[in-house]
Every structure is written in structure tokens, then in C-alpha cells.
Design a protein around this ligand. Structure first.
Ligand code: AMP
Ligand code: MG
Length: 406
């Protein structure tokens, strides 16, 4: 294993390393109902026309326009009604001249009819109908294929599938769509001090929270998260916790146990497994590790909650979005004046938590640089990015913001 501990990797360099490691998931056919937020890998063509048959756009009466040409309130036209056509009727009887078929919205237009008189312009008769207005040829008819012609390309490769696109696929009778599947992410929180919400806190214990952030952030972009939350700082326990699960996942993300202290369980367990531990020129989130564990990509994030979260945000999120085939894997950026002074270490890119106020068009730093400050993180809607060569930011300086909101 090369000794990389002394060399600081740049943020861009490490981001590229993570993206290459995570790669792209091969396209797969996925049931339409499970495709929300996924990205099409091929164009989709229509297997049927929409509408698939000429049908009525109104509840009313299918007629021939010429039969009601002079109809008015004062000179209504009476027509016999030999047939009733509800939606779904399949044996549609042709319309004879001088008659009307009662017809419902979406029901097939009978051959011989050229228009529909809406029920409001009639007396709603069942055996016979009195029509009070004329109707032009084609009125209230939805023609075969006027929405989509069979064989037409309806959705293009690269489309992010939202409710609108999924309903079109469903209307076309499509069962599955070609997409990059949801990455299955295994999350492992290490730390003998960690306990579950609902348990009392003994001295020295804290509630486990990193897996909640990582799982939520994975799910937010369309991944599937499975968290192993209480793995003690013990190498054998770590391997044992992972063993039943690694085979079913596309990516392993660990938190904790990678800094410079003693009891660095992730380092101790994974160093011999082909995982490389590096330092990145970023704060928070300097200690990182990457490689493969039992065949699947693994990323080891530092344990401090804000460090783990920002490591995910800066390195893992764009890689997972790219794996999903998203056309836009990066967050929106803004430039704004900052409403407070900040210090940043030389040679490190610092990400401070901020609140971008749309009214004043300013970014307000929230909390300090400490990577344990979760309440400030919860109030933030952006990260304030302080470049490697900047050590002091004065109030009123222009800064670059990475927006955490969509
Ligand atoms: P470590 O990198 O394991 O030394 O952890 C650094 C700090 O983050 C320590 O204060 C840990 O207690 C805390 N920490 C590590 N993992 C978690 C976690 N999953 N949830 C909450 N805090 C954690
Ligand atoms: Mg730890």
C-alpha cells in the first residue's frame, strides 16, 4: 500500500476518484410504478395510439350533425335513442340516420355518428331525446391518435421520470421502463459510544445520527438505504456485521473510525482489504477512504456528524447522481455577499454552513466551523465555500454558495 497519508488530495481530485469508483449502474427494465425520479436510458416509443379509438369527450348524445342542423330552444329536434353507450362498452351498434345514441365520456363513438351533443343542450331523454342546439361535425369527439400516434417517440433518453412521464407510460400500457436502477447503499455507523434513540444515555454515550443523515440523503436522490447502526469499535464485529449484507448492495458507506487516533476501527478493518486512506484538502471532511470491500465499492466517511454529512454532500451525492444517469449532478451555485466575518485554514477548502436570505440577497453564516454543530446545520440552506487560498473573509465580501435546496 503506498503511503498517501502525507499528500493532500484536492477536492476535485477526490471527487473524481469517488465518481470513478461508484461508476454507472447498468440499465435495467424497472416496473413503471417504481420509476419515480429515475432516468431513462433509451427513448420510449408508443405501443398504441392515444386515444386508442374515437370516443366522446362529453356525456351526451352521438348524432349526425345534419340531423340537428336547425335545432334551437324554440325549434327543438326530437330523435329516438335506440342505444346507450357507457364507457367500456365493446359491441358498439352503428348509428342509423335520424337517431341518437346516448353516450358517456370516454365511450366509443358509434360508426355513422359525426358529433356529440352535450347533455346540457338536451332534455336528457332516455327513450327519445329533445335537442335544443345544432352541433358542428367533429364536436366533442376525441380522435384516435390525436394525443399520441402509435410508434411515436414519447419520452427521450435522459428524461428524469416524474409523475407526468409515468402517467403517460401507464396510459400507453407500458409495464416497465429502461432506467438506471436505484443504487442499494449499505450504511455502517461505527462507534462503541453510539446508542439508539429511545434508550437512556449512559455516561459517555451519544445517540447515533450519522446513518439517519446518510440514509435520508441517499433516499432523497432515489437510492435505497440499509443502515447497520451500532457497530462497536471492534474489527471482528465490523466484519461480522457486514458479512450478511455486502453481497446485496452496490455501495458501502461507513462513518467514523478513520481519523488519527487509537481505536480507528474502519482503518484497522479495511486497510488490509484494499481500501486506501487519504487526506483531502477540505474542512470539514479531511480524512477519507475509498476502495472495494468484498467486491463492492466502499467509501469511508469521518465520524463527526457535520463532517460525515458534508463528505456525503461533496463527494458521494454527485457520484450517486451520476450513477443514476442524472443530467445535472451538481448543486445550484450562487454568489452573494456574506453577512459575517470568517476564518479558514490555509490550503483547505472550507465549507461553512449558511443561510441564504432571498430578501436581503445575503448569506448569513450559521454556527461556527465546528463539525459537531448539528443545530446550526439544521438551520442552514446553503454551504459557504471558502477557497483554499483564502484565510479570512470579511463581512460584505462576495462568496460562492452551494445551495442545499433544490
Ligand atoms: P470518530 O471519527 O469515530 O473518531 O468520531 C468522531 C466524532 O463523531 C466522535 O465524537 C463520535 O462520537 C462522533 N460520531 C461518530 N459516529 C457517529 C454517529 N454515527 N452518530 C453520531 N456521532 C458520531
Ligand atoms: Mg468512532
Amino acid at each position: 500500500m503506498p503511503n498517501t497519508a502525507t499528500r493532500l488530495r484536492s477536492v476535485e481530485d477526490y471527487r473524481a476518484t469517488v465518481a470513478a469508483l461508484v461508476g454507472e449502474l447498468p440499465s435495467r427494465q424497472v416496473p413503471v410504478a417504481e420509476c419515480l425520479g429515475l432516468v431513462l436510458t433509451d427513448d420510449v416509443t408508443a405501443p398504441v395510439s392515444l386515444p386508442p379509438f374515437d370516443n366522446s369527450a362529453m356525456d351526451g348524445y352521438a348524432v349526425r350533425s345534419v340531423d340537428v342542423v336547425g335545432a334551437s330552444e324554440d325549434t327543438p329536434v326530437d330523435l329516438p335513442v335506440p342505444e346507450d353507450i357507457p364507457a367500456g362498452r365493446q359491441d358498439v351498434v352503428p348509428l342509423l340516420p335520424g337517431t341518437a345514441h346516448r353516450i358517456m365520456t370516454g365511450a366509443p363513438l358509434p360508426p355513422g355518428a359525426d358529433s356529440v351533443v352535450q347533455v346540457e343542450l338536451t332534455d336528457s331523454g332516455v327513450q327519445q331525446v329533445r335537442v335544443f342546439a345544432p352541433v358542428g361535425v367533429g364536436t366533442h369527439i376525441r380522435r384516435t391518435g390525436e394525443d399520441v400516434g402509435e410508434g411515436a417517440t414519447v419520452l427521450a433518453k435522459g428524461t428524469v421520470l416524474g409523475p407526468q412521464q409515468l402517467t403517460l407510460a401507464a396510459a400507453l400500457g407500458i409495464t416497465t421502463l429502461p432506467v438506471r436502477p436505484r443504487p442499494r447503499v449499505l450504511i455502517l455507523s461505527t462507534g462503541s459510544e453510539l446508542v439508539a434513540a429511545g434508550e437512556p444515555l449512559a455516561p459517555g454515550q451519544i445517540y447515533e445520527s450519522n446513518s439517519t443523515y446518510i440514509a435520508a440523503a441517499v433516499q432523497e436522490i432515489g437510492g435505497i438505504a440499509h443502515a447497520l447502526r451500532f457497530v462497536p469499535d471492534d474489527v471482528d464485529a465490523l466484519h461480522a456485521a457486514l458479512a450478511p449484507h455486502v453481497g446485496d448492495h452496490d455501495l458501502l458507506i461507513t462513518s467514523g473510525g478513520v481519523s488519527a487516533g487509537a481505536y480507528e476501527v474502519v482503518k484497522d478493518a479495511l486497510r488490509g482489504e484494499g481500501v486506501e486512506f487519504v487526506r483531502v484538502a477540505v474542512q470539514p471532511g479531511g480524512p477519507q477512504g475509498y476502495g472495494r470491500y468484498r467486491g463492492i465499492p466502499v467509501l469511508t466517511l469521518p465520524g463527526n456528524p457535520v463532517s460525515a454529512a458534508l463528505s456525503f454532500e461533496i463527494f458521494v451525492r454527485p457520484a450517486l447522481l451520476a450513477a443514476l444517469g442524472h443530467p445535472q449532478a451538481d448543486r445550484k451555485r450562487l454568489r452573494a455577499q456574506v453577512a459575517g466575518a470568517m476564518k479558514s485554514p490555509a490550503g483547505r477548502r472550507q465549507y461553512r454552513r449558511g443561510y441564504y436570505d432571498e430578501g436581503s440577497v445575503q448569506a448569513v453564516p450559521v454556527g461556527g466551523a465546528g463539525s459537531h454543530l448539528l443545530a446550526a446545520f439544521a438551520q442552514s440552506n446553503c454551504l459557504i465555500e471558502i477557497p483554499e487560498d483564502v484565510t479570512e473573509v470579511a463581512e460584505g465580501d462576495e462568496v460562492e454558495l452551494v445551495m442545499l435546496t433544490a
